[in-house]
Design a protein around this ligand. Structure first.
Ligand code: AMP
Ligand code: MG
Length: 413
């Protein structure tokens, strides 16, 4: 067959992502969860601060609270009382005296400056201040950091260690988040065996369900694992039906390659509207996407590297959109030099696996992980990035600039 006619029928990764994101609509269901349960969840609404931060005027230093009018060079002010963090001063504060104050302590009413203790001379008659003063110095004002009713987090944000302590500092005990996505998952293939079972002739272990499951867990999905489904029309139909009735999205692997797509297509045609794409990417050429009766459907290719790469490149943005994670960012890409020559045929966007590291001179450099077959999962386990080679590019010489995409936490680095 003419190579270029074949190539022209392929759809680009960007087109595929665009079609997927255009079709998908985010979940609208909101639930309120305790802050301690909120890690990994997506904010459903902006979070509004119920208080001012700081809530009261407090001292930024250990030192002395004064009324500036009382302070004159060389004049000793007796100490009339003490204010500690959590223990305010409420006593009588005579004119011409000062209050000992510690960092974080409420500033006594009437004080208009705090003088740091390093600028105070303690004498028998009291404390002498010889440094110039500025009104309000060393006093943190209420609401200086965050104002009451101010929005502190936007909607569509993933909550983690950078956000939740902020909410804790505001005393926010519950947060409105989008319900977790329910994802049903199964592998297809007569040759597949679950881990923990011996292999008979012609069998291989089911890698894909494991890979996809782990990535789904990290994305905070509720997982419905339907196991391995045999290449049998009735069994597949039953699996698709059950998955569709229980989940927001169904993810299968296998059965979408040239030899098997017609068969799967026949089954799915009865259950929904599914497109079988030939993607202009490598690995991961066959991919199916569409809508079943109740849920979205993604059919990953069977080869483990292809399944992982298509999940990462296509399903990850889909899940972000469905789960309301509107602030999700695609993995960052960098330009680095390759230390190795890379084999590449023009026509498809390659996601080769590489190891990016810092050379002695400080710049980044990438090495290939070696064998790039779509069944070689060790290329992912040894790698820490994709080497993204443009669709029309051919072989790459050592020393050329290439684009790399460091794996995000889904692939564990
Ligand atoms: P298929 O897309 O079903 O034609 O499968 C393509 C290749 O991937 C075949 O060599 C399958 O044996 C292999 N394969 C399919 N599913 C899995 C799986 N879950 N784990 C490991 N290999 C698989
Ligand atoms: Mg198969």
């Amino acid at each position: 067959m003419d190579c270029c006619a074949e190539t022209n029928k392929l759809i680009s990764l960007e087109q595929a992502i665009e079609k997927i994101l255009l079709a998908a609509t985010p979940l609208q269901d909101i639930e309120h969860v305790a802050l301690t349960e909120a890690a990994g969840r997506i904010t459903a609404q902006p979070v509004i601060s119920p208080i001012n931060v700081p809530p009261f005027a407090n001292s930024a230093m250990d030192g002395y609270a004064v009324r500036m009018a009382d302070v004159a060079s060389g004049k000793a002010l007796p100490v009339a009382g003490k204010a500690f963090a959590g223990i305010p001063f409420h006593g009588e504060w005579p004119a011409g005296s000062c209050i000992r104050i510690m960092t974080g302590a409420p500033v006594p009413t009437g004080a208009d400056a705090v003088i740091m203790q390093e600028q105070a001379d303690i004498t028998d008659d009291g404390v002498i201040f010889n440094h110039p003063l500025k009104i309000g110095q060393n006093i943190r004002l209420p609401g200086e950091d965050i104002q009451q009713n101010e929005s502190v987090l936007s909607a569509g944000l993933k909550l983690g260690a950078a956000q939740l302590p902020l909410l804790a500092s505001l005393g926010v005990a519950n947060v409105a988040v989008v319900r977790r996505l329910k994802v049903a998952l199964f592998s297809t293939g007569d040759e597949l065996q679950p881990i923990g079972q011996p292999l008979s002739e012609g069998q291989i272990y089911d890698t894909n369900r494991f890979a996809v499951r782990l990535m789904l867990e990290q994305l905070g999905c509720d997982i419905i694992d339907l196991g391995i489904i045999r290449d049998d029309t009735e069994a597949l139909k039953a699996a698709f039906k059950e998955a569709d009735s229980r989940a927001d999205i169904v993810i299968s692997s296998g059965g979408v390659s040239v030899g098997e797509a017609d068969y799967t297509k026949m089954i799915l045609d009865e259950l929904g509207e599914i497109s079988f794409w030939k993607l202009a990417m490598k690995p991961g050429k066959p991919f199916a996407f569409g809508k079943l009766k109740n849920s979205w459907f993604c059919g990953l290719p069977g080869n483990p590297v292809s399944a992982a790469v298509t999940f990462y490149q296509l399903v990850q943005p889909l899940l972000a959109k469905l789960s309301g994670h509107s602030q999700w960012q695609p993995p960052r890409r960098l330009k680095v030099r390759t230390a190795d020559a890379l084999r590449k045929a023009p026509g498809r966007l390659d996601f080769q696996r590489g190891i990016v590291s810092q050379a002695d001179e400080g710049e980044l450099v990438v090495h290939t992980t070696g064998h790039q077959g779509s069944h070689v999962f060790s290329s992912i386990s040894e790698g820490n990035c994709f080497i993204v080679l443009e669709r029309e590019r051919g072989n790459v010489e050592a020393g050329e600039w290439v684009t790399v995409e460091p794996f995000n936490t889904l692939l564990g680095s």
